[in-house]
Structures are given as structure tokens and as C-alpha cells.
Design a protein around this ligand. Structure first.
Ligand code: ATP
Ligand code: AMP
Ligand code: MG
Length: 196
């Protein structure tokens, strides 16, 4: 067995609040433990390549690209992230499954999971109705409108995908609920996983 790296992968469906919870958690870790955390956003790494190649103009267009292009930029981002994540205490902000025009794309295929070799995979979850509300009130992004039932299915599928990463790498899988108006509560749990 390869010792896991000091990396927590944070996953969850679009609009659940991953980036918000991560930002709050790293502030908390800095204040309470005087520890810096490096946050690597997988979507940002993909967008750098995808926009350079002229595939997209906006990060929310990437999940609509042909799958072959999504895999191509996913591979470039996976390699860059695995390389950058060599310093201590890292969070990777990403998705376990991406809803594309042709079904779910695996966000952490075997070679990405093994290259990152995290100690924990966190699934940020919330009530499907609340996620629908967060998506519609977030004007900073171009978010997909989905019925609560489809959101619920996506969240359930993400649990299976996160467990697969655990099976491949030995990482633990932790569900963190991001309740409405309770970002700090979720962030404290993420901070615990980071400091473990
Ligand atoms: P993506 O995968 O698309 O990057 P995300 O999971 O990172 O999405 P955020 O961008 O962090 O989601 O949050 C989406 C919206 O939900 C934002 O407007 C944010 O302010 C809001 N939000 C996050 N957490 C909560 C919460 N606990 N209660 C209410 N609103 C929240
Ligand atoms: P985010 O800001 O986290 O929503 O990321 C922007 C976009 O990047 C997502 O909508 C996906 O299209 C893409 N993305 C993020 N992580 C992955 C991943 N692990 N594999 C494939 N695509 C990803
Ligand atoms: Mg985000």
C-alpha cells in the first residue's frame, strides 16, 4: 500500500456549496491551527487548457463539450493537479461525476485517483430543493436547472463514485451535510478531516 498524501478531495454536485465550504474551512484552519492549506480547483485547471485551445469561453460550457474533449482537458488537469499537490495540506475542489449531454462522466477515473492518492474523499451534500434554490440564486455562474428528483439521483450516484475512489486508493469517504445557512458547521467538519 502506498501511504496516502495529505490531500482531501472535496466533491459534490454543482451548486451544493463545495467552494463556499472550502473557503470557510481554510480560514478556520489558518486561525485555529496556524496552518496554510493549498486549494487546487480541478475545474479551473481544466478551464485554463480548454480556453487556451479555444474550446470554450466560460467554465460552465465545459460539461457540454464532446466527451473526447472533456477527457483530453481532464487528463491535462489531472496531471497538473497531481504534480502541484506535492506540498502538505491540500484540498482538491472537484466533482465525482459530471452530468454531460451523454450521461455521467467519471470525475476521478482510476489514473486520476491513484495519481492524487488522497487520504479522504469528502462528499458535500444538501437537500435537493435547497440545491435547486442555490443554483437559481447564484448569478455568478451559468447553472443547469434541474428538478429535485434528478438532483437527488445525481447525489446518490456521486456516493458510488466516491466509494470507488476509496476502493482504489484506501481513502476514507466522508459525507458532510451543507445545511441551509450553516456553512460554518460544514466547514468545521471539513477542517477536522484536513487536520486529522
Ligand atoms: P460548483 O460545483 O458549480 O463550483 P459549488 O458546489 O462550488 O458549485 P458554491 O459556488 O460554493 O457551489 O455555492 C453555490 C451557491 O450556494 C452560492 O451562491 C453560495 O453562496 C450558496 N451557498 C453555499 N452554501 C450555502 C449554505 N449552506 N446555505 C445557503 N447558501 C449556500
Ligand atoms: P466547478 O467550478 O467545480 O463547477 O468546475 C467547473 C467545471 O469543470 C465543471 O462543471 C466540470 O465541467 C469541470 N470539472 C471539474 N472537475 C472535473 C473532473 N474531475 N473531471 C471532469 N470535469 C471536471
Ligand atoms: Mg465551486
Amino acid at each position: 500500500m502506498k501511504e496516502p498524501r495529505d490531500i482531501v478531495i472535496v466533491t459534490g454536485i454543482p451548486g451544493v456549496g463545495k467552494t463556499t465550504v472550502i473557503t470557510t474551512a481554510i480560514d478556520f484552519v489558518k486561525k485555529e491551527h496556524d496552518t496554510e492549506v493549498l486549494v487546487l480547483n480541478f475545474g479551473t485547471a481544466m478551464f485554463e487548457t480548454a480556453s487556451e485551445k479555444g474550446y470554450v469561453k466560460d467554465r460552465d460550457e465545459m460539461r457540454k463539450m464532446p466527451i473526447i474533449k472533456q477527457r483530453e482537458v481532464q487528463q491535462a488537469a489531472g496531471e497538473a493537479i497531481a504534480e502541484k499537490a506535492k506540498t502538505s495540506k491540500v484540498i482538491v475542489d472537484t466533482h465525482a461525476l459530471i452530468q454531460t449531454n451523454n450521461g455521467f462522466l467519471i470525475g476521478l477515473p482510476e489514473w486520476v485517483a491513484r495519481a492524487i492518492n488522497p487520504k479522504t474523499v469528502v462528499l458535500v451534500e444538501a437537500d435537493p430543493e435547497k440545491i435547486a434554490g442555490r443554483r437559481s440564486s447564484d448569478e455568478t455562474r451559468t447553472r443547469d436547472v434541474q428538478m429535485a428528483e434528478a438532483i437527488d439521483t445525481h447525489q446518490k450516484m456521486c456516493r458510488s463514485a466516491a466509494v470507488s475512489v476509496g476502493t482504489l486508493t484506501g481513502a476514507t469517504v466522508r459525507i458532510i451535510k451543507n445545511r441551509e445557512g450553516k456553512v460554518e458547521e460544514a466547514a468545521k467538519q471539513l477542517a477536522e478531516s484536513l487536520m486529522e
